[in-house]
Write a protein that binds this ligand. Structure first.
Ligand code: ZN
Length: 323
């Protein structure tokens, strides 16, 4: 799948070559937040957006995904790998579409659609973060041992597989009576995140408030200047224009969401490459359409992305993302 053909990719990648901070700077200026808030660092959005674009282009996305039903305990190794790279691809495409929608709406001045997209992106970030920490804890127990990786990667009962399967398949569309998992509440996951990132609670509450239907009665989204009409004070009714700090909150939430999502997608690929190397899976007509990493030649760069040649590589965990 060619990710650069996605309309959202074109939005994020900015064909005009302008940096996002340059585009958003004038839009945010009237919120009085860009200069005054020492916490708000607009240039950070540029590095996060370019890291999202890079991550989307880094590896070919799958053409097909192996489908596994609830009763499949003996998953094949290819199905296990497909779950890893499909999960990565799904999260990246979702992140791209939601970030692009939030930013495009913000630029247009449509703050509520922007906040709705930013909230969905943030919820995606919370789910990714929650899955990420548990996935890494499990994988560190097998990483470094060929035999354990081989055993783990062909078991539908493996902790990483169960975690991904339940996260991807959890919904209310299909009942648990047929073996499908129910989606976990976002608030349960958020509670865990807030212990590590206390600001996450305020960010989420703001996005929830901003997406509430009666919000504009408080003149929060379309607030511009105050005037007097006779004896009364009035606020200019100006849909599409706003000096609300909600604009800052939306950009800040996009930044935080990408900080949660991108490291997860990199580690999904890392685990998939760890498996293909330990299990000597080389490129074939089976692995290609599934978009899997494969074991490369001894003197070629390792598919885990470490930059080492395959014969020297120990497939180290990717370094933490910096903004
Ligand atoms: Zn490697």
């Amino acid at each position: 799948m060619d990710v650069t053909a996605l309309p959202s990719f074109g939005v994020l990648d900015r064909a005009d070559g302008r940096a996002w901070s340059a585009v958003l700077g004038p839009i945010l200026r009237d919120t009085h937040g860009v200069e005054k808030s020492s916490k708000f660092r607009l240039h950070l959005i540029d590095s996060l957006m370019s890291q999202l674009v890079d991550e989307l282009k880094r590896h070919r996305l799958p053409e097909f995904v192996i489908y596994t039903a609830p009763d499949r305990r003996d998953v094949t190794r290819l199905a296990f790998l497909s779950a890893l790279v499909a999960h990565r691809a799904e999260r990246l495409v979702q992140a791209a579409e939601l970030a692009a929608a939030a930013l495009a709406a913000l630029v247009q001045g449509s703050l509520q659609p922007s906040a709705v997209s930013a909230r969905a992106l943030f919820e995606l970030g919370v789910v990714c973060w929650d899955s990420h920490t548990r996935m890494l804890d499990s994988w560190r127990e097998v990483h470094g041992s060929r035999s354990r990786i081989r055993a783990e990667s062909s078991s539908g009962e493996a902790a990483v597989y169960r975690l991904l399967w339940e996260t991807r398949m959890g919904s209310r569309f299909y009942g648990p009576e047929h073996g499908w998992p129910l989606a976990k509440s976002i608030l349960t996951r958020l509670d865990r995140l807030v212990k590590q990132v206390p600001d996450a609670r305020e960010t989420y509450d703001m996005l929830c408030d901003t997406t509430h239907p009666n919000l504009e009665a408080q003149a929060l989204l379309w607030r511009t200047d105050y005037i007097t009409v006779g004896e009364d004070r009035a606020i200019r009714f100006a849909p599409g224009r706003s000096n609300s700090r909600v604009k800052l909150d939306i950009v800040e939430s996009i930044r935080l969401s990408l900080m949660l999502i991108l490291p997860f997608t990199r580690d999904l690929w890392w685990i998939a490459a760890d498996i293909t190397n330990a299990c000597d899976i080389t490129a074939s007509t089976k692995t290609d359409p599934l978009g899997l990493p494969t074991r490369t030649g001894r003197n070629d760069p390792c598919s885990c992305g470490s930059g080492e040649t395959t014969r020297h590589c120990t497939h180290p965990e990717p370094v933490p993302l910096r903004d």
